[in-house]
Design a protein around this ligand. Structure first.
Ligand SMILES: [Zn+2]
Ligand SMILES: [Zn+2]
Length: 279
């Protein structure tokens, strides 16, 4: 595994920076809100014992840890071409699947595509992710997938807990001005800055995050299952079956990779030489 230099990790455009900051601020703030405001209220209401409270807190920390560390891994792991190491095969039959990238001025292997934002070719490139500010490709797809999964789970739990919190405070939220708060929480917060408006904004962002990440997760699960990438959706050339496709992304120890991004799981392919269905 090769890590990228800091210069290449930082977001390269304003859209990337804005999306990155949204996650980097929203995730810890939501966690703090849930633990310090919502959990104590639920504890009082439902009479949670300390064991149950500790268990819920532990689950929250586990999700937060995996969400942040997978996001960091996704940003740090280099999945671009390393031009010095890339040597086109001498066999003309194998060489036919390679192509030249005019921007990188290099011969690149099959499934490798150029990213105009990252300004480099990426091995088995899937797409450019705004939230991590980097391309998702062969070596970091595993981290991206779990980042998305834990973001969806985390925002689902936060949405449920947030909805209960709002229901408990309907006396504050259930009036005409709530309309403004519901449909324009940021405007409402600016006009009437108070903690309750801020809490509502977090709950709404959680719900929005849950809807968005669930859709993205369904979309990427389909890609994952087929062993393909966004640009190869029409072909089943690289489809190695569910087990082979899962290994292609998660590596040889795929069954335990969900526990942490720090668990080593070597990928069966090097991102350069690919076996196809016909091989
Ligand atoms: Zn290129
Ligand atoms: Zn990119």
């Amino acid at each position: 595994m090769i890590l990228r230099s800091f210069k290449r990790v930082r977001p390269r455009c304003l859209a990337d920076l804005a999306c990155f900051l949204l996650v980097a601020v929203f995730v810890p703030v939501t966690f703090i809100f849930q633990v310090t405001v919502v959990l104590p209220e639920l504890m009082e209401l439902f009479g949670f014992g300390y064991y149950l409270l500790f268990f819920i807190f532990f689950i929250g920390v586990f999700i937060l840890f995996n969400l942040i560390s997978n996001m960091m891994a996704c940003m740090l792991v280099d999945t671009s071409i390393n031009i010095e190491l890339l040597k086109p095969p001498l066999d003309p039959v194998q060489r036919i699947s390679w192509h030249k990238c005019d921007d990188c001025q290099a011969e690149v292997p099959p499934r490798c595509r150029h990213c105009d934002i990252c300004q480099i070719c990426v091995l088995k490139r899937d797409h450019h992710c705004r939230f991590t500010g980097c391309c998702i490709g062969h070596y970091n797809y595993r981290y991206f997938f779990f980042f998305l999964l834990y973001l969806a789970i985390g925002s689902m739990i936060s949405s449920i807990m947030g909805s209960i919190f709002i229901c408990l405070h309907l006396d504050i939220y259930w009036h005409l001005s709530t309309l403004l708060t519901v449909f324009a929480p940021a405007v409402s917060l600016a006009l009437n800055a108070n903690w309750m408006s801020f809490y509502l904004l977090i709950c709404e962002l959680s719900l929005l995050s849950f809807c968005t990440t669930s859709l993205l997760l369904v979309y990427h699960s389909d890609i994952f299952k087929r062993g393909t990438v966004v640009k190869e959706r029409g072909t089943s050339r690289w489809n190695l079956g569910l087990h082979g496709n899962s290994q292609m992304v998660l590596g040889k120890r795929m069954h335990i990779t969900w526990l942490s991004p720090f668990i080593r799981s070597d990928l069966p392919h090097n991102g350069i030489n690919w076996e196809t269905k016909e091989d």
